[in-house]
Design a binder for this molecule. Structure first.
Ligand code: ADP
Ligand code: ZN
Ligand code: ZN
Length: 732
């Protein structure tokens, strides 16, 4: 009598499914199961059924448990992950399991569906919001929400702000509120929606076009300068789609730091629509809960970072990708997928529209728009009519006397802002005090022993730190190379700039925003609140500040030292720099006050700065594309890397030489280049190398990679190194 066999995907580095006996359990495709594997148990996902196995039936083991209470993962999601695993040459089981919230990968079936909820106490009900200091913005909002609602769950608090739980706990400590455990669910806050502005002509046109084509796959490239009202366009589109019963919308954002703002903006406009966020700052149980809300269809709006592209959404009707050019959409380890590219595939398979928004679209996207594969929609004006484009000037740092790295023009402009009680932002792409420690006698520079990089001086902690591997050491008193005691921190980082400004402008209130200063949860939210409350005059920060924030009183942006990117060997460096500078420049003069941007550089006549000065993305993009076409770089060719690393470079070389020959024999349609070392030759103590494959025929590349991987997997030489395939790589 035939036995029913379950084909199960497991989190193991083998590209196959595993056979188990159903053991009388009834399971569906996409269902989570527990199975014995080796001497341990593992979580798996049912992918199919069979009556026979290539293994003897008596050797198969039965599944231990089927989690029948949980919704199975729908086939649309499973197929999407299957497609991605194939395209990026990654084992399907690993791709699938790693797309799940970590709670669903753990063996303990006890999925907590309990969460805390808050309500006002008798005492709290007699209090007024005016008793909470104005600067405690989040606490005030939480208090008001508690006044408006019987009971607020943690998920609902999250929808107010990322700091809302903390604020609620504080209210409990103060005796204003109490908390209790409740069954998880998603209720909606009864709130008044914020007023909506009338769309300008360009915005209205964009919305109209997409709405008219709302039931079919089309990729829309929404190219709009910063402040042109792209977010407003997203909101109107969401309104349109969410008006149909059960519809869900997925909004991708590049960074966790951007989710709270967008979330609260959506929240104020979609008061009665269930919204969840998905990103790695959530606790495991929050993540699970939000994910399940998305999966069940209860959450209608899902905002998330790249991984959320794999969330099961039974009624997905629209995908929006904000800042689509952003490199953080590409995963840089495990399955090296690009969330934007997967979003396009998903939209196409579902036959729904996908909207890519950016002030500086990726050249790939721009190319697709000019080739009419994407539909271009442009917003060329700032949405707030009074807001003008900032005036951008480049100051030649070789022609003026710098005061601690700052030009007189920038210092004067900063003083003027202080006098006018306006705000300034100084952008520098290096955190720490200074990027290198230099010996004045022999020019020794403190290196990282584990990476091909230099150690950054962190003066506050009296440490040298590697920004690539995290290695830390004390600042040496003497040069290890010549014994000289005169070691100089050289060059500028955020900390040093902050210190310099404090000396030059003693009355200024300065805040620094970089990964060091905002490592504490909510630190960024607090600084941003202060900026909004005019308690900060000058913000010093890294690219973290470049994105998304809207400060009406900020009228000056200074850019310190970005020259290294102008001459980088990475062919994408100038594209990235241009995008970044357009974005920072966009921070100046957002409301009714004109903005000024000052860029300090040794190369003021560089074409990139010329394009920036005229804020002309289009001609710069076209020029860059022409260059790429001439030298045959993406998007005119498709690339893949075979990356390898090991403690011993000889092994890497041996492996890559072997792979190189293999590739050459496997395909004539794909050009393969000699093994080379990446820019970061050594990282975290591992010696690295790669082989580049390139072709204009994507299908040929895919076929080659499949063959290459299946051959390499069985070979002894491949077991001696860590290797991975990177399809459409962004970093070299
Ligand atoms: P982007 O996302 O392109 O940077 P936003 O959507 O954030 O632009 O809009 C910038 C500012 O202009 C916001 O303060 C927004 O509220 C406002 N805004 C957007 N559209 C309009 C409009 N049609 N009328 C008035 N103000 C608008
Ligand atoms: Zn020395
Ligand atoms: Zn290092």
């Amino acid at each position: 009598m035939p036995k029913t066999i379950l084909k199960i995907a497991l989190d193991v580095p083998l590209d196959r499914l595993f056979d188990y006996l159903s053991g009388g359990n009834v399971a569906q495709i996409g269902q989570r199961v527990l199975v014995p594997f080796g001497r341990r148990s593992q979580i798996g996902i049912v992918m199919g059924f069979a009556e026979t196995s290539e293994f003897p039936i008596e050797k198969l083991k039965p599944v231990t448990q089927v989690f029948v209470d949980e919704l199975p993962i729908n086939t649309e999601t499973l197929n999407l992950i299957k497609f991605s695993a194939d395209y990026y040459q990654y084992p399907f089981g690993q791709a699938l399991l790693s797309a799940l919230p970590s709670r669903l990968r753990q063996i303990a079936p006890a999925v907590s569906r309990k969460q805390f909820a808050y309500q006002l106490t008798e005492f709290g009900r007699t209090q007024s919001v005016d008793q909470i200091p104005k600067r405690q913005l989040v606490t005030r909002r939480v208090f008001e929400a508690l006044q408006a609602s019987e009971l607020l769950t943690e998920v609902e608090l999250d929808a107010i702000s990322s700091g809302a739980r903390k604020a609620a706990k504080q209210l409990v400590l103060d005796g204003w509120a109490s908390s209790k455990q409740v069954q998880a669910g998603l209720r909606v806050l009864e709130q008044q929606s914020a007023i909506e502005p009338d769309l300008n002509e360009e915005q209205a046109h964009a919305v109209e076009q997409i709405v008219q084509n709302s039931t079919e796959f089309k990729a829309w490239l929404l190219h709009g300068i910063t402040g042109s009202g792209k977010t407003e366009v997203y909101i109107r589109l969401m309104q349109h789609f969410l008006a149909s019963k059960d519809a869900q919308v997925l909004v991708l954002v590049p960074e966790i730091n951007l989710t709270p703002q967008l979330e609260s903006r959506f929240r104020s406009r979609f008061a009665n629509i269930p919204l969840v966020s998905l990103h790695s700052n959530l606790s495991e149980s929050e993540r699970l809960h939000h994910w399940q809300m998305a999966q069940s269809g209860a959450a209608k709006i899902v905002i998330g970072t790249r991984l959320s592209i794999f969330t099961p959404l039974p009624n997905l009707k629209l995908i929006i990708i904000d800042e689509e050019h952003d490199g953080s959409y590409k995963q840089q380890d495990s399955m090296r997928y690009h969330a934007r590219d997967i979003a396009l595939v998903r939209a196409k398979r579902l036959n729904i529209p996908v909207v890519l928004g950016s002030a500086t679209p990726a050249l790939e996207s721009w190319h697709n728009a000019t080739a009419n594969k994407y539909n271009l929609l442009s917003l060329n004006q700032r949405a707030v009519t009074a807001a003008q484009l900032p005036n951008i000037e480049c100051i030649d740092t070789t022609k003026v006397n710098l005061q601690q790295g700052l030009t007189p023009q920038l210092i004067t402009a900063l003083k003027l802002r202080l006098a006018r009680k306006e705000q300034s932002l100084l952008f520098i792409n290096r955190r720490g005090y200074s990027p290198v420690l230099l010996c004045s006698a022999c020019h020794w520079i403190a290196p990282c022993m584990r990476c091909s990089s230099r150690l950054v001086v962190h003066l506050g902690q009296r440490k040298l730190r590697c920004h690539h591997c995290g290695h830390e050491q004390k600042i040496p008193l003497q040069c290890p190379s010549c014994g000289n005691a005169d070691l100089h921190p050289t060059g500028h980082g955020t900390q040093r700039l902050e210190q310099t400004l404090a000396q030059l402008l003693p009355t200024a209130r300065i805040a620094r925003v970089d990964r060091d200063s905002i490592s504490r949860k909510n630190a960024l939210v607090e600084i941003l609140d202060k900026v909004h409350n005019q308690e900060i005059d000058i913000l010093v920060g890294t690219q973290m500040l470049a994105k998304g924030h809207d400060f009406p009183n900020l009228t000056l942006v200074g850019v310190i030292d970005t020259d290294s990117a102008l001459h980088s060997p990475d062919f994408r460096a100038s594209e990235r720099l241009f995008a970044q500078l357009m974005q920072v420049a966009g921070r100046a003069g957002r409301a009714d006050k004109a903005g000024q941007v000052i860029i300090q550089t040794q190369f003021p006549e560089h074409v990139l700065f010329n394009a920036l000065r005229s804020q002309d993305y289009v001609s710069y993009a076209n020029a860059m594309l022409q260059e790429r076409e001439q030298v045959q770089f993406p998007p005119y060719v498709f690339m893949a890397l075979l990356r390898a690393e090991a403690n011993d470079f000889a092994l890497v070389q041996q492996f890559l030489n072997h792979a190189f020959k293999l590739v050459r024999d496997l395909s004539t349609d794909v050009t393969v280049y000699d093994p080379i070392r990446p820019q970061m030759e050594r990282l975290k103590g591992m010696e690295r190398g790669h082989v580049l494959m390139q072709t204009s025929n994507r299908g040929a590349l895919q076929k080659l990679l499949r063959n290459l991987v299946s051959q390499l997997r069985g070979q002894a030489i491949a077991a001696k190194v860590r290797w991975a395939i990177d399809v459409d790589p962004l970093e070299f």
